[in-house]
Structures are given as structure tokens and as C-alpha cells.
Design a protein around this ligand. Sequence first.
Ligand SMILES: Cc1cc2nc3c(=O)[nH]c(=O)nc-3n(C[C@H](O)[C@H](O)[C@H](O)COP(=O)(O)OP(=O)(O)OC[C@H]3O[C@@H](n4cnc5c(N)ncnc54)[C@H](O)[C@@H]3O)c2cc1C
Ligand code: SF4
Length: 509
Amino acid sequence: MQPKVGILILGDQLSWHHPALTEAVPGETVVILAEVAEEALYVRHNRHKIVLLFSAMRHFATALQKRGFDVQYYRFEDGVASLLEACSRAHATWELDQLQLCEPGEYRLSEQMEGWSEQLGIPVSVLADSRFLASRSDFADWAAGRKQYRMEYFYREMRKRYGFLMEGSQPEGGKWNYDAENRSGWRGQCEIPARLAPVLDDTTSEVIETVLAHFPYNPGDLTAFRWSVTHEAAQAELDWFCEHALPLFGTYQDALAESSPWLFHGLISMYLNCGLLEPLAVCEQVETAYRRGHCSLAAAEGFIRQVLGWREYVRGLYWYQMPDYRELNALAAVRPLPEWFWTGSTDMRCLSQALKQSLDLGYAHHIQRLMVIGNFALIAGLSVSEVCDWYLAVYTDAYEWVELPNTLGMALFADGGIMASKPYAASGKYIQKQGDHCKACRYDPKKVTGDGACPYNSLYWDFIHRHSELLGQNPRMGLILGGWRKRAQEDRQAVLEWAENILDDLSVL
Ligand SMILES: Cc1cc2nc3c(=O)[nH]c(=O)nc-3n(C[C@H](O)[C@H](O)[C@H](O)COP(=O)(O)OP(=O)(O)OC[C@H]3O[C@@H](n4cnc5c(N)ncnc54)[C@H](O)[C@@H]3O)c2cc1C
Ligand code: SF4
């Protein structure tokens, strides 16, 4: 029988739990997958992300065909401009009765899709994305009537709802959060286990050629491509993580290491965000590792909090606050991004390493994103929109629903505190405490002014000074502000002048 129901699966929805797919009948369904120019070009995506998605889409198409589905696949070279054009072409070929979609991850697409039914001339149903553990309306219900949307309270609700790490109605071990045990700095205390070697099959190699040919100016060193492109391979990476890295995940969650871009992190966000892994199964696997005594409660709780808590929370917040959220700029940050954000060429060792690995590998761990790159952008007052565009472009796991709240809200405090209870601003002292970059740096983390002074130091105090009025309303900033105000006038003046010099020309750092 000629298939009549079309299901469009987006590149970040490659899941067998896609809400349209779970009910779909092979033989009556045509699945549409398309590598379209509009999606590939709307920001300067890291080439790692494009290769991961195109290759994963091609593998998923093959897997769907093996399960008996008809698949209409458009490759990038087929010149399909937009997702709508892909559906339109598929409709012309298959004479569809209807089109089914899963709600997209980005507001931009959701707006576009509203007009599709009329433009295609067939009914279009947009189904809720059941892969998330809190629906948009769950979050809206939780947020309604609250003055503040603190992740910690949302997370507790999610723990109770899903029963992760619970003893009846109480949290396992008596505490909800073991964050205080998860803050060790890195001093080379132990061996960091080597990651699984990447396996590139013919499909991925072919996609790499396409991407090199069509995206010559995008960031991403594809000789270092290491990402999994199938459900099975992503699962193998998760298994490896649980076995080898999870036990020390919590301890070194906030650490910074010269010798490793990965430390003990999961390296799974890119898979969760495109459907190769599912958040529920990931949390279950980590809880099982804890129950069989393989890792501590602090490690398991720390990890589950990221996936069940932070990930769901930022997604809920994004949909709850859009479209106005994107326009917020509470600290009026407008300084242009220095050119070296796109090359990593700065003498600031911590920053150079975090930028280079972000550009080359499409990956940086959370503390690099938040306390090295984001912290610099915050205290230097870099343009919120330019910084958000940068984050959206460089990471393999970047989609607006997760990038925007993390960047605009958590890192830049541009939402004025909707997401974070205080700005994540820090001086070089914090970076020195958390890792071993400073030893290799031409700057001195102990100096605030003068030749060789670590730029984070004077910029930090300049930030505190510049925003003292707003920060003065925040009880969590009282101690720091009080300390700054008590310093001798000439001392403060020297720091502010030094910071001004730096801000005058960021290109020389
Ligand atoms: C400024 C900034 C921008 C960010 N942009 C993105 C982004 O575009 N895409 C993205 O997936 N994450 C983003 N994050 C969150 C976090 O840094 C990454 O999810 C994490 O570094 C991914 O690496 P991992 O898989 O090794 O994570 P791990 O450290 O192993 O953590 C496990 C998982 O928890 C989830 N997680 C942890 N923290 C967060 C968080 N704050 N928000 C959402 N999920 C979280 C991720 O799915 C991650 O895979 C950003 C954070 C900051 C501060
Ligand atoms: S001295 Fe400052 S710039 Fe250099 S690595 Fe340390 S914190 Fe970073």
C-alpha cells in the first residue's frame, strides 16, 4: 500500500521514542529526513556538529528502512533549502494525507511550523516531545505563581516524581544535593582514563568530505572527529563512562586540567540532545551503578542532578520565557567580542585552552563554559547577543533551548537573576584553585594590577564596581561589595584604571 502519513524527523530527534514514530505503521508511513541548507547555515555551526547530525541521520534512515519504513531522505547535495521545502517535495512524491511532527527544540522553528498546514494543504499535527522528563506544561505549572525559579526546587520535584535516589519520600542519604563534595580542583591526583578510540565508518567519512567541501569557514578540526553516530555507539560511550569515569565524576566535576579536555565528564550531551540517548535511561543506568556499589552517592546524585535537574529545567525555562528571553540584557553588555574568540589566540592560558578545544573539538566541559569563557564574557561586559551566537555556533550539543538559558541566564546574568541567584563572576584565584592552567600562563593569578597581572582579577573588581547598584540589592553579594567598598580609595582607583586599560583593547591579551 502507498504510504500516506508523512513523519518529518528533525536532525535532533533521531529517537525510536519520537512521538510520531511510536504509533507509526510501516507500509503506511513515509519518514522524511532532510539535510537542509537553512538549518545547516543559520549559524556558523561547528563542523563536528554537522558531521555528527548528518551521519547520525543517514544511519537512522537505514535503521528505519530495516524496520520496514519507507524513507524519503534528502542529502545536503540535493539542494533542499528548508524543512518546509523537504516536506513539500515529499508530499509531491508520496501524496501524503497528513504530516506529523514532534515539537521542535527551538522557538524559531516552532513559529515557522505554524503556517505549514496551510502552505502544504494537508493537516499537520505537532506532537509533544515525550523524550523530555518534564513537559513544557509541567514546567509552566511548577513555575506559575513563583517569584523565583530556582533549579534546586524543580529538581527535588523531579526526584520525587521519578523516584530517583529516593528512600520513600526522602532523598537517599538524607540530603538532596551533594554539590559541596563535588568541588575538588585538579592537581594531577590520579590517572585520567583514556576515552574509547573513535571508529569512523564509510558513511561518516563520506559526510566529512561533504562538510569539508561545503563548510570551509566553519570551526571544527575534523581530523579529530570522535563522536558516535548510532544509538549503539552512543550507548557504548555511556557504558564506558559509567564504568570508568562516573566514580570520579562528582569529585572533579568543577576541575580544570591542562592535560585533558574531558576529565571525568560524561560527553553525552550531544547524544541526549539529538536523540541517540534518552535521559530517563541515562539516569536509570547511573542509579543502577550506584545501587551495585560502583560509585558513591555524591557521584550518582551529582550526575543525575545535571540530567534530571539542570537539563529539564533549562528546557522548561526556555519555553516559559520565550520569545522575550532572547532580548534580555540586564547588565547592558554590548562590548564587541574580541576576534580571538574565533581563534583561541590569547595568552590567557585557561581561556586559550577552553576556546581552542571548543572550536576544534566542539566540546568544553561545564566549568570551562561557565567559569572560564562565560566568566570572562561576563566581567568584560561582552555583547550578550554576540556571546550567545558564539555559544550556539561552536558546540556539538548546542541548540537554542539549552544554549540560551545557560549563556544568557546562567553565564551572563543578562536575565537579571531569573535563572541564577547571583552572577557567576570570579577572579583568577578561582581558576587557579580549580586547576593547573596558571602554571603555564604568562599572567600571574596573584597580581591584580601591573605588568603580568591576571586580567580576570582587575576585570572582576571592575565588574563588581560597575554593577554595584544592582548587585547591592542581592543579599548574596553583600560581603563582596562590602569588602570592595572598604578598600582604600587609591587602591580601588588603581584597579579600575588597570581594568579600563584592558577593556580599551582586548585584542592584545
Ligand atoms: C554558557 C554555557 C553554555 C552551555 N551550552 C550548552 C549547550 O548548548 N548544550 C548543552 O547540552 N549544554 C550546554 N551547557 C551545559 C553543560 O555545560 C553541558 O551540557 C555539558 O558541558 C556537556 O558535557 P558532558 O556531556 O560531558 O556533561 P557532564 O558534565 O557529563 O554532565 C552530564 C549531562 O548533564 C546535562 N547537563 C549538565 N549541565 C547542564 C546544564 N547547565 N544545562 C543543560 N544540561 C546540562 C547534559 O546533558 C550533560 O551531558 C552550557 C553551559 C554553559 C555554562
Ligand atoms: S593566570 Fe589568569 S589568565 Fe592565566 S591561566 Fe590563570 S586565571 Fe587564566
